[in-house]
Design a protein around this ligand. Structure first.
Ligand code: CP
Length: 362
């Protein structure tokens, strides 16, 4: 079934349709109140969540549908060792669509290749978070009035912040976008996102450690939390956790039209005093997440009725291609074949189909 695993699974035209549907839902909620009557959404959350899970659930209820699911791995049969593939087959018997958050990168993709209902990636490890990106796009569209001709600052944990990876992929398809990548040296954007998304699409970007210097040029400031749960070393997290704190004083250097986004939860990286600034758009962004998830559920259920399928992945198996990313779903689900897609024939670069971990042959 057609699923949403990575934001680039949808074309720019499809995203535009989702934005327009979400705007219509926010203006005319009664029109949509019965659209999913008799349908069930399963929410499979193996990692903590407030916004994503509850906005999915609110979205389905506001469409007239029902919700079932779990909010921690310990209360599911994953705790007894059930595989992602078997779980996806089970849920296909009980629900019409499912949303999955999982600490292992590629878990929603494995579910999508085994389910007979649409699967939505609600965040997989440090890899992707496409429905957050849909919320981000709607927020920029409504607040800045356009998705082109923008200078976008991404600040904080650009290494582990999956929302930033999805955001950069999404905006790399719009005209005249410039990224300012603001992070400590240790938390810079992964090379694969730089080379295979930014460079491949000819995007303009600069890297800096200074939020203050970047501030005056930005149309959007996308703040992120330092992702404590992804660090191997607690000391390293303690050293980096307060690298950036946005304050009213720093906001004084920003354009009057700039907007501050944050996927939330915040820890310490935005002072609560910034909340009063009309340019602080992060709570409106969380509401936009519900409208976009409503639009997404409608789209995927309609496509399921039409029998639309996922694009097949052109992958190879080769004994020299073994994924060694410990966060990849293939590291814990031993029966999964190690499969790779060729992304750069000239340099012999392959990417794991689950987590996009890199391998070079030749
Ligand atoms: N933005 C986001 O993913 O929030 P939750 O972790 O609360 O779902």
């Amino acid at each position: 079934m057609r699923s949403l695993i990575d934001i680039v699974d949808f074309s720019v035209e499809e995203i535009q349709q989702l934005l327009e549907t979400a705007c219509d839902i926010s203006e005319n909620p009664a029109k949509y109140a019965e659209r999913c009557r008799g349908k069930k959404l399963a929410t499979l959350f193996y990692e903590p969540s407030t916004r994503t899970r509850l906005s999915f659930e609110a979205a389905m209820y506001e469409l007239g549908g029902n919700v079932l699911g779990f909010s921690e791995a310990a209360s599911s049969s994953a705790a007894k060792g059930e595989s992602m593939a078997d779980t996806a087959k089970m849920l296909s018997c009980y629900a019409d669509i499912m949303a999955i958050r999982h600490p292992k990168e590629g878990a929603p993709f494995v579910a999508a290749t085994n389910a007979t209902i649409p699967v939505i990636n609600a965040g997989d490890g440090g890899h992707c978070h496409p429905t957050q990106t849909l919320a981000d796009l709607l927020t920029v569209y409504r607040e800045n009035g356009r998705l082109h001709d923008l200078t976008i600052g991404c600040c904080g944990d650009l290494k582990y912040g999956r929302t930033v990876h999805s955001l950069i992929s999404a905006f790399s398809r719009y005209d005249n976008i410039k990224f300012v990548l603001i992070s400590p040296e240790e938390l810079k954007l992964p090379k694969y996102v730089k080379y295979e998304v930014l460079d491949k699409n000819g995007m303009q970007y600069v890297e800096t450690t200074s939020l203050e210097e970047a501030m005056p040029q930005l149309d959007v400031l996308y703040m992120t939390r330092i992702q404590r749960e992804r660090f191997d070393s607690f000391d390293e997290y303690e050293r980096l956790k307060d690298s950036y704190i946005l304050t009213p004083e720093k906001m004084a250097a920003a354009k009057p039209t700039m907007r501050v986004l944050h996927p939330l939860p915040r820890v310490n990286e935005i002072s609560v005093k910034v909340d009063e600034d009309p340019r602080a758009a992060y709570f409106r962004q969380a509401l936009n997440g519900k409208y976009m998830r409503m639009a997404l559920i409608l789209k995927l259920l309609k496509e399921a009725e039409e029998g639309k399928q996922m694009e097949p992945v052109n992958a190879v198996e080769n004994s020299a291609l073994i994924c060694d990313n410990p966060r990849c779903i293939s590291s814990t689900e031993q029966e999964l074949p190690h499969r790779f897609k060729l992304v750069d024939a000239e340099r012999g670069i392959y990417r794991c189909i689950y987590c996009e971990g890199k391998k070079t042959l030749g």
